[in-house]
Design a protein around this ligand. Structure first.
Ligand SMILES: *Cc1c(COP(=O)(O)O)cnc(C)c1O
Length: 392
């Protein structure tokens, strides 16, 4: 069938009509266990009554006014983000890429104010920060970058989870102003940072006067069992980038800043027509409130550990399985061979998963998933993996 949509996605042949909790129903009335949550976005699952009520009530009052006026919902959400992140100020946008773009601009402005003629940002191998030109320049994916040059200069890519690589890059390039990283890489294949690396990086940034900027677009908002994944290392970055889970499903992005990063972007230096509007901020407030009142961070930690252990157990000794890894409800299973076909087979078996970097099965279920539902993932997925690995 021909489509009026640009052909930028290889879409699966399924459309969903409605959902409840971790479950989605398609146009034929078939039920699926949603272990992807719209790529880590729908952290409260589907049809969460408090989120639905907040969006409906706000839509009935006022949807959009712009940042030419006060937006009380934006004030309130900024206050909540400051509390959960220990930052001091928040700048809103509409997506993960747009928020990272703001972080990049902030770092550059920070350098510019010090007379730096090429403010340079250190980024990591296998990183993902978005598809705008600036964030593509920060992203390490040949597939995503090819054909879109020239990309902005001012980025140095170093080996991930390797403190000496960062130190060495800084020794060579005196114009470094910031480090940008995901402490638990998502698109890059669910790759965690070591605690010592995160702590060492914080110290190095302090010594050199660099901003430590952490992209928590995928790992943030409770997904790993803490509000933000870097909080497992008990460090305080200078900039935190948020998006995916923040609005429970509505498009929203934000950066939170503190210390040397606070106050860098002044009046007129940055802006957005849509960012931080009443509707999405009401959704964000309801999402954070529900995550808290329903203890979903604790749930992400316990059910995530249960799911990880269950997968490890069931896959132990299976030829072709390299590792189960990740934290909380951000989990990956690395196989020896490319396994994209498993996405379709899982769909046919009633389970929504995804494969990233060709060989890593990824799961980002809603944070309200319970142990029985996690067991259902194991029950469907493990036989598929075993059968796949047994094929020649
Ligand atoms: C998804 C993602 C982005 C990009 O977010 P978009 O909303 O798709 O622009 C950036 N960084 C990380 C870590 C992500 O997972």
């Amino acid at each position: 069938m021909s489509s009026a949509i640009s052909n930028t996605y290889g879409r699966l042949p399924v459309a969903f009509t409605h959902g409840k909790g971790v479950w989605l129903w398609d146009t034929n009335g078939r039920r699926y266990l949603d272990a992807m949550a719209g790529i880590g976005v729908s952290c409260l699952g589907h049809d969460h009554p408090k989120l639905v009520a907040a969006i409906s009530e706000q839509a009935a009052r006022v949807i959009h006014t712009s940042n030419l006026y006060q937006v009380p919902q934006q004030e309130a959400l900024a206050q909540r983000i400051v509390e959960i992140s220990n930052m001091t100020e928040v700048l809103f946008g509409n997506s993960g890429a747009e928020a990272n773009e703001a972080a990049i601009k902030l770092a550059r402005y920070y350098g510019y104010k010090k007379g730096n003629d090429l403010p340079t940002i250190i980024t990591m191998e296998s990183s993902w920060h978005g598809r705008t030109l600036g964030t593509l320049a920060a992203t390490d994916s040949e597939k995503a970058r090819t054909g879109f040059g020239p990309l902005p200069e001012g980025f140095i890519k170093v080996k991930y989870n390797d403190l000496e690589a960062v130190r060495g890059a800084g020794d060579k390039e005196p114009r470094v102003v910031a480090v940008l990283l995901e402490v638990l890489q998502g698109e890059g294949g669910i790759r965690p940072s070591d605690i010592a690396y995160m702590k060492g990086l914080r110290k190095l940034c302090d010594e050199r006067g660099w901003l430590m900027m952490i992209d928590e677009v995928q790992s943030g908002i409770g997904r790993t069992g803490k509000w933000l994944a870097h909080q497992w290392a008990d460090i305080l970055p200078d900039v935190v980038v948020l998006a995916k889970g923040l609005g429970g499903g509505v498009p929203i992005g934000a950066i939170a800043a503190r210390g040397p990063a606070a106050g860098v972007l002044g009046p007129g230096s940055h802006g957005t027509t849509f960012g931080g509007g009443p509707l999405v901020c009401a959704a964000g407030l309801a999402t954070l409130a529900a995550l808290e009142s329903e203890k979903l961070l604790e749930n992400a930690a316990t059910v995530g550990a249960h799911l990880k252990a269950g997968l490890e157990n069931a896959l132990k000794g299976t030829p072709g399985v390299i590792e189960v890894r990740g934290q909380g409800l951000m989990l990956g299973i690395e196989l020896e061979k490319p396994c994209g076909v498993l996405v379709t087979r899982a769909l046919e078996a009633g389970l929504l998963i995804n494969v990233t970097r060709d060989r890593v099965i990824r799961m980002l279920p809603p944070l309200l998933i319970n142990k029985a539902e996690a067991d259902e993932i194991i029950k469907i997925l493990v036989p598929l993996i075993k059968a796949f690995n047994a094929e020649q």
